[in-house]
Write a protein of this length. Structure first.
Length: 208
C-alpha cells in the first residue's frame, strides 16, 4: 500500500493495519488499471501476465482469463467500451464452443426455433412417412416430448424437433406465429420454409 501511494502520489482514505498487505476486495469489484496486465507478444516477452488468448500465464495461476481495461497499454478510444466488448465476445467464442444443431440422421429434418417466441409449425409429408416428431437431444429444455396441438408442433423458444423423412426429398415447413391482436392464438396465414433432410431449418425472427 505504501508503494502504491508513493508511485501514484495518492493517499488512501482507509488503510489496512499492515501497510504491506492489500485489501481483500469482494468478488465482482476488482479493478485493473490500464496496462497493468500486459499480454505476451510473439517474441514471448518476459514480464507478461497474459498470453495471446488473454489467459493468465501458468506461472501465475491456472485457468483464469482476463478481459478488462488492464489488457490495453493505453486507452484505444475516448471510450474503450466497444473495443473491450469486441474482445470479450471473441474471448467467449474461444472459451465456449458454439452449439450448432445437426440432425441425428441424414434422413431427419431438424427444425429449431430461434424466433424468441412460441410458434406452431407443421411439416409436409411428401415422403409418406408417419413417424411422430421427436425432440432433438440438444433441445432446450432437453428430453421433453415434442408438444403437439392438433397436427401442429408447438415450438417454444429454443426447442429443436426432428422428423424422419426421405433423405432425397425436401419437405415444406408451415410456421404460424402468435397473433399479437389476439393473445393465446396464432395467425391463420403461415410462413412457408423449405426443410431438407440432413440439414437444419431455423425459425428466425420475422421482420415486420
Amino acid at each position: 500500500m505504501t508503494a502504491i501511494e508513493t508511485s501514484l502520489n495518492v493517499n488512501f482514505n482507509s488503510k489496512p493495519a499492515n501497510p504491506s498487505e492489500l485489501f481483500q476486495a469482494r468478488l465482482g469489484i476488482v479493478a485493473h488499471e490500464l496496462g497493468t496486465l500486459p499480454m505476451q507478444g510473439k517474441d514471448k516477452n518476459q514480464g507478461a501476465c497474459l498470453d495471446e488468448n488473454l489467459k493468465v500465464l501458468g506461472g501465475i495461476c491456472d485457468g483464469v482469463y482476463v478481459c478488462d481495461l488492464s489488457i490495453f497499454p493505453y486507452s484505444p478510444e475516448v471510450n474503450p467500451s466497444l473495443t473491450l466488448a469486441a474482445f470479450a465476445i471473441r474471448l467467449s467464442r474461444h472459451l465456449v464452443d458454439r452449439q450448432r444443431f445437426q440432425p441425428t440422421s441424414p434422413d431427419h429434418v431438424c427444425v429449431v426455433n430461434h424466433s424468441g417466441s412460441t410458434v406452431r409449425a407443421r411439416l409436409s409429408n411428401l415422403a409418406g412417412i408417419s413417424d411422430p416428431p421427436q425432440p432433438h437431444p440438444q433441445s432446450v429444455p432437453p428430453g421433453e416430448a415434442a408438444a403437439t396441438l392438433e397436427e401442429d408442433v408447438v415450438f417454444n423458444p429454443g426447442d429443436a424437433v426432428e422428423w424422419k423423412k426421405r433423405a432425397d426429398l425436401t419437405e415444406a415447413l408451415f410456421v404460424r406465429k402468435q397473433d399479437q391482436s389476439n393473445p393465446g392464438q396464432f395467425v391463420a396465414q403461415p410462413v412457408v420454409l423449405s426443410a431438407a433432410p440432413g440439414g437444419v431449418t431455423v425459425i428466425a425472427v420475422e421482420e415486420d
